[in-house]
Design a protein around this ligand. Structure first.
Ligand code: FES
Length: 498
């Protein structure tokens, strides 16, 4: 297959991909958001074509016209790289995008870096604090992954004596990302904001991890952690490096950042944020009160518990459509499928259901051990069961939070879906599978809300953080008397919930 080169401005990055690769696949690796999920309606994924050709079909042309974009622009969600390209990413040239609105900020002098320290991946963006423009992006896999893909295995490894090593590895990796971010620029960094879940916070800050490992899981070290680059052994100078505070023992500053990014903390109407990362977190409420909880749903949606599961990277089936007797699979990077990611899993189960291949409890009706999607990738009965458990955990978590807030589904004006998963998920499949009992038009995809919020924190003062923390309470779902009953009730397909 022909390889093409894509150069991205203002990031100064060049990538090689297979000809015909969708620009969504290329740009989502760099933290570009696709708020309407690639429908072509929001225009937020626009790229300026500086060199090369991107063919526009009649639908693409119509969308560009409706959005008032001149002929040098393209919508990345409707574009493929058929030849070499030089593109300017519109999103990085504008102010920070949060929700449907632009985040207004007080310009500051200097430069800052926002870091989303995920259990699986790390993303860092260099930001000009006078304009809020993103100047460079770096991504990396979390080097701690060798010690397990989920939080529990990371905790166990730290408890077994590897804590100092895990701390050293993550500090080194982020330090190396900073060197690459700054590159040849003659600048100094005024502030660095890091957000991540509670375990990542404890490991980065070298705090005692033991209190997070046994009931009641209460750590005295949930607060803000401040460092200088000298203390972290980083060669890139910065006197103010802040790991933002966690909300609760299993709800970290990544969710705090998500709450900030959505603006849900500042609105009278009630909204929900669901972050389907490695740990599936839910937040519900409004400016009077926010409740949050974490579930064990994340690993299935990140592919960790699925036999051929993988992250949303090259080779993953990211969507499945029924095409007569065939299954039409879209594969990230336009290559042969080697596995399936969370969004593909949703679509596949929805298509299986539509085709009458699954029963009420998700059992494969033919009695076969698996259902094939391509000649190399399929889902086993166990995979479908894992999917149902994850779906039920989110559904039951939302039900409990709404009950505690004395709200029904009709009181919720918007549901934000965050996490890499949100880039590719087909909301129609999610609604068909009844993971959350809300009409499709109330859902909004938010992309990496932790990173958006971290960027916004670069411009905020301490009192914002204190307001967010004082508004938000953590609910331990496991200790809720109804949780198990609701959870078990939801381990089905086609279940009406809430
Ligand atoms: S137009 Fe909305 S993501 Fe492309």
């Amino acid at each position: 297959m022909q390889t093409v080169q894509i150069r991205l401005h203002p990031l100064g990055k060049e990538v090689s991909v297979a000809g015909g690769t969708s620009l969504i696949d290329v740009l989502h690796e760099f933290g570009v958001e696709f708020p309407c999920g690639g429908k072509g309606s929001c225009g937020k994924c626009k790229v300026k074509l500086l060199q090369g050709e991107i063919h526009t079909d009649p639908e693409h042309k119509r969308r560009l016209k409706e959005l008032g974009l001149s002929q040098e622009w393209r919508l990345a969600c409707k574009s493929q790289a058929e030849g070499d390209l030089v593109l300017e990413v519109g999103q990085f040239e504008t102010m920070i995008q949060a929700d449907d609105s632009l985040f207004s900020f007080e310009p500051r002098s200097g430069f800052g870096v926002a870091v989303d320290l995920g259990t699986t991946t790390l993303v860092a963006q260099l930001v000009d604090l006078s304009t809020a423009k993103v100047l460079a992006v770096e991504t990396a896999m979390n080097p701690q992954r060798r010690w397990g893909s989920d939080l529990i295995s990371r905790l166990e490894s730290a408890l077994a004596g590897n804590g100092p090593l895990l701390t050293q590895l993550i500090r080194q990796e982020i330090g190396a990302m900073l060197i690459r971010l700054v590159g040849e620029r003659k600048i100094s960094l005024d502030r660095i904001v890091i957000v991540g879940n509670t375990v990542m916070q404890h490991l980065f800050a070298a705090c005692d991890i033991v209190p997070l490992s046994y009931y009641p899981f209460e750590s005295p070290d949930l607060g803000k952690k401040l460092f200088t680059s000298a203390e972290l052994g980083w060669s890139t100078d910065c006197e103010r490096i802040c790991f933002y505070p966690s909300i609760g023992s299993f709800v970290g500053s990544d969710i705090l950042a998500g709450i900030y990014a959505t603006g849900m903390w500042n609105r009278s109407e009630h909204t929900i944020l669901v972050d389907l990362g490695t740990n599936g977190e839910i937040v519900a409420g409004n400016r009077d009160k926010l409740l949050c909880a974490s579930t064990a749903a994340g690993p299935a949606f990140e592919g960790a518990k699925i036999s051929m599961g993988m992250l949303a990277t090259t080779g993953a089936i990211s969507s499945v459509k029924a095409d007569g007797d065939r299954m039409n699979c879209r594969v990230i990077g336009n290559v042969q499928a080697t596995g399936i990611c969370g969004s593909g899993l949703f679509d596949a189960v929805a298509v299986f259901l539509e085709k009458g291949l699954l029963g009420y409890f998700g059992e494969i009706l033919s009695g076969d051990a698996s259902v094939a999607l391509t000649d190399r990738v399929g889902l086993t009965a166990g995979d479908i069961q894992e999917f149902l458990l994850a779906k039920a955990a989110i559904d039951a978590g939302i039900t409990i939070l709404l009950r505690k807030l004395d709200l029904g589904p009709e009181d919720i004006s918007r549901i934000y879906i965050a996490g890499a998963f949100g880039t590719y998920i087909d909301l129609g499949s999610m609604v068909r599978l009844n993971m959350m009992n809300f009409p499709e038009e109330r859902f909004r995809k938010l992309g990496n809300s932790a990173l958006i919020g971290a960027k916004m924190f670069l411009f905020s003062e301490e009192d914002v953080t204190n307001t967010l923390l004082s508004l938000t309470s953590h609910v331990n779902l496991e200790s809720e008397p109804d949780f198990q009953d609701i959870f078990i009730d939801r381990i089905t397909l086609n279940q009406t919930s809430n």
